[in-house]
Design a protein around this ligand. Structure first.
Ligand SMILES: NC(=O)CC[C@H](N)C(=O)O
Length: 371
């Protein structure tokens, strides 16, 4: 890595100087911090991070290099990447190349050599904020770089699923015998989701976010899946309308993260922007039905409003705000008591992360089996 200068400029006017990492140039996005110690390849390729500049709290990044197997989508999706101490040389039996080279190859602007924990403390106190990374020819004086950041769009109100969804439908076959067929609305789906469904004998037909109800329910699928995805759930009116129709027809439905926010909105609940969100792979979730706690993988900046553990009425009957995060008391999942639908704010596909929540895919299969 050549030691040329790069700077992270936050909306609050603070400047964090380091070295260019990956591509040189300029990038703008929402600065968020992610606390996972592992799984940077999955994080960087997760479409939910579209238009976000990810700040890694783990000080050493890049140790396991990059491979052709662990991508969660077709490309690196983050707007930028900020790390403290990049590995000088990757060392892993699966590594095929170097992280910095891969960032450069895909044109992703990054920054290394800053105190990412200091940046994180700032984001934790003041909240996620707009930011820019500037290097090479894009470097200029602090005032104009900050003005560029202040001109960039906010994450609140951003409608981004259309930027990451598939253009054409495709099918991921079940492994072994096909027990169920699921239609998945791709709002930014991760590759591990259809894979985990496939392992349970579920064939997944993945559809663009613009699909109409006839396309979604073509061939009479056994269930509908709402994926994770970037942007503000308050903008996702089409997905919310589709979901209302699926609920009305009582087709079994399961949603993850953005999908949880969409289902909740279809049930009449509201979403709001959190101060700094949850992004990590060791976040606890309480299941209010069983009283158990799962350690989960998460990546969200918006949340569903409501009292964890309470029951509210909706157009399709009673809804249990069935899961919550004990760290801050936010809602982490909803369960419909009168129609076959549930969703969680966290990631049972856990790429990367712990496997505590993997059983939710079995719960979805059971729900389809009993309808
Ligand atoms: N991972 C996701 O699906 C994220 C959902 C939404 N964009 C949020 O930030 O809350």
């Amino acid at each position: 890595m050549t030691a040329d200068e790069a700077v992270l400029v936050l909306e609050d006017g603070s400047l964090h100087r380091g070295e260019a990492f990956g591509a040189r140039g300029r990038t703008l996005g929402e600065a968020v911090f992610a606390t996972g110690m592992t799984g940077y390849q999955e994080t960087l390729t997760d479409p939910s991070y579209h238009r976000q500049i990810v700040v890694a709290t783990a000080p050493h990044i890049g140790n396991t290099g990059w491979n052709d197997e662990d991508d969660e989508s077709a490309r690196i999706q983050v707007a930028g990447y900020v790390v403290r101490d990049p590995a000088r040389r990757p060392s892993n039996w699966r590594s095929q190349r170097d992280l910095a080279d891969e960032l450069a190859r895909q044109g992703v602007v990054g920054l290394a050599g800053v105190d990412t924990r200091a940046v994180t403390r700032r984001l934790r106190e003041a909240g996620s904020m707009r930011a820019g990374i500037f290097s090479g020819d894009a470097l200029s004086d602090a005032t104009s770089m900050r003005a560029t950041v202040l001109d960039s769009p906010e994450m609140a109100g951003a409608d981004l699923a259309g930027a990451v969804t598939t253009t054409e439908p495709y099918t991921v076959p079940a492994v072994g015998t096909t027990r169920f067929r699921v239609a998945a609305l791709d709002l930014g789906i991760k590759a591990n989701t259809p894979r985990m469904l496939a392992e349970r004998g579920i064939e997944t037909r993945v559809l663009p976010s613009t699909a109409h109800i006839e396309e979604l329910l073509e061939g009479g699928p056994d269930g509908v899946f709402l994926s994770n995805g970037p942007g503000d759930p308050a903008t996702a009116s089409h997905a919310v309308a589709l979901t209302s129709e699926v609920l009305r027809r009582e087709v079994p439905l399961f949603g993850i993260c953005f999908g949880n926010q969409i289902l909740s909105r279809a049930l009449g609940l509201e979403t709001y922007k959190m101060r700094y969100g949850h992004r990590g792979i060791n976040i606890p979730v309480v299941d209010h039905t069983t009283g158990t706690v799962a350690i989960t993988s998460q990546n969200h900046g918006f949340a569903v409003a409501g009292e964890p553990g309470s029951r509210v009425s909706s157009p399709v009957g009673t809804v249990h705000l069935s899961h919550s995060c004990p760290n801050d008391g936010t809602v982490e999942g909803v369960t419909c008591e009168d129609v076959p639908a549930f969703s969680v704010q966290y990631h049972p596909e856990a790429a990367a992360g712990p496997h505590d929540a993997a059983g939710l895919f079995d719960r979805f299969a059971d729900l389809m089996g009993s309808h």
